[in-house]
Unconditional design. Structure first.
Length: 251
């Protein structure tokens, strides 16, 4: 009886300790970047964010300051130019063609990622990190709008977290953290399937199937899209998918 009562308490203590260590690791990273200053890359990034904020939307619906999914107003000349480029290279070898691609395409402000960037920047600024150094969302527009804008190479991160393969941009390599997780698993006789690669993942991140459904809808809803070539690059790791990789690359 007493041993059974101690087990939940022991687990809670271990979880609190893990959270505290993660916080310390974050502060260590902050300190490592404290001497950095604005760079041309930071300036270019801010210019891109400003452009996205100014992009016209088909309606007043906005998420995180940018157009809601499917609401970006397309430039007719740009669409014709990109379509012409794709037609000209259709019969060329793959290594002789040029495709527009997006890194971590799912990680968009339009889908709710990075909405607290401004708050995070204000906190990190107190530790000497430049105002525009940290951006959690890699993209402004949804995958749907990226495809509408001419993107044909989509890069996705597959992470097994909270019982599902999720579209999650997170993780780093903290060997000490991984050893700590292994130690906790040994003490509690449990397997968490968790490592420093999952730091930053959330149970609210979209599942892999939801992301695939969005891409499929773009192909299905417009007959002209069915002739398009779409590249999907799956970025994964044994400590990301925890032997659930087939759930992502399978049929």
């Amino acid at each position: 009886g007493r041993e059974a009562e101690r087990e939940p308490m022991r687990t809670r203590v271990v979880v609190v300790a893990l959270v505290a260590l993660v916080a310390l690791a974050c502060f260590a990273l902050v300190d490592a970047h404290s001497g950095e200053r604005d760079s041309p890359i930071d300036e270019a990034l801010q210019a891109m964010l400003d452009w996205a904020d100014a992009t016209p939307c088909a309606s007043s619906r906005r998420v995180g300051g940018v157009c809601a999914p499917g609401e970006v107003v397309l430039d007719a000349w740009l669409q014709r130019a990109l379509a012409t480029q794709r037609r000209l290279q259709r019969d060329r070898p793959l290594n002789a063609t040029t495709w527009i691609g997006t890194h971590n395409a799912f990680n968009a402000r339009a889908n709710g990622y990075g909405l607290d960037d401004d708050v995070l920047r204000r906190v990190l600024r107190e530790f000497g990190i430049p105002d525009d150094h940290t951006v959690l969302a890699q993209q402004s527009f949804s995958m749907t709008d990226q495809l509408r804008l001419g993107v044909r190479h989509i890069m996705l991160d597959a992470q097994w977290f909270a019982g599902a393969v999720r579209l999650c941009h997170a993780g780093t390599d903290f060997p000490w953290f991984d050893r700590l997780v292994e130690f906790v698993e040994h003490v509690l006789h449990r397997t968490f399937n968790y490592s420093s690669e999952q730091l930053g993942c959330s149970p609210f991140d979209r599942t892999w199937s939801e992301g695939m459904a969005e891409l499929a809808a773009w192909i299905r809803d417009d007959v002209s899209n069915r002739d398009e070539v779409l590249f999907i690059e799956v970025n994964c790791d044994p400590k990301w998918d925890w032997e659930h990789g087939d759930d992502a690359v399978g049929p």
